[in-house]
Design a protein around this ligand. Sequence first.
Ligand code: GLN
Length: 263
Amino acid sequence: MKNKKIIAIVLAAVLVISVGVLAACTKNGGTDEPSTEPVSNTEVKTLTMATNASFPPYEFYEGEKIVGIDAEIAGLIAEKLGMELVIEDVEFKTIIPGVQSGKYDMGMAGMTVTDERLESVNFSDTYAKGVQVVIVKEGGDIKSLDDLEGKMIGVQEATTGDIYASDEFGDDHVTKYANGALAVQALNAGKVDCVIIDNEPAKNYVEANEGLEILDTEYTVEDYAICFAKENTELQEAVNGALKELIADGSVQKIIDKYIPAE
Ligand code: GLN
């Protein structure tokens, strides 16, 4: 009698535990309940884009969000490819190494196609033009490109502005900053005499900072494109396909016009 009672209690306990374990299993692994886990990579692939979000109007922060021409074009590309876009804000100089190592799927940062970069990465078709310009203090003694000799030039490290300035004037005459905002801050503070940077960010910086102007003479004209690891031709081709459609149907131009209103 006593034994039977004990067995009944043990059985009941086993039953309670089993039901509990089963319930827990169903909750985590079952298909009935919607999962609270993020959608796994096998369902929706992420498209990780590395950029430097201090480069308006191509990429900049609006509150917590990175917006701009590149961010919006990348968003439409990801949509076409059925992928989820993830934007990583990193220093410009780390974009190409990060893409090469596979840390990021692609780099999109108002990035100029150059022969030297083509040795490390592949580029998509180009989607925009960039022009290198010189920002100076209004009324200062730099009136033209000829006056740059002997001056201290601020640049964003590893950008084409940096490469041209360092080649032409020598490293001693170039101060490298992690991004455009810091270079312009240095110009405001009198630590450098000018900043060589792409024209659209330049216009944004001049608008936002009293007492600066852009020299009339353009330094160089370049093409912007998205970079990929050499071996990732599959993604490069997919992105090019999407980009072609977005250029053909006017979506790219619409985004550019939204951020760069006609003067
Ligand atoms: N177009 C320039 C380059 O590719 C600058 C890009 C940037 O600063 N985001 O080097």
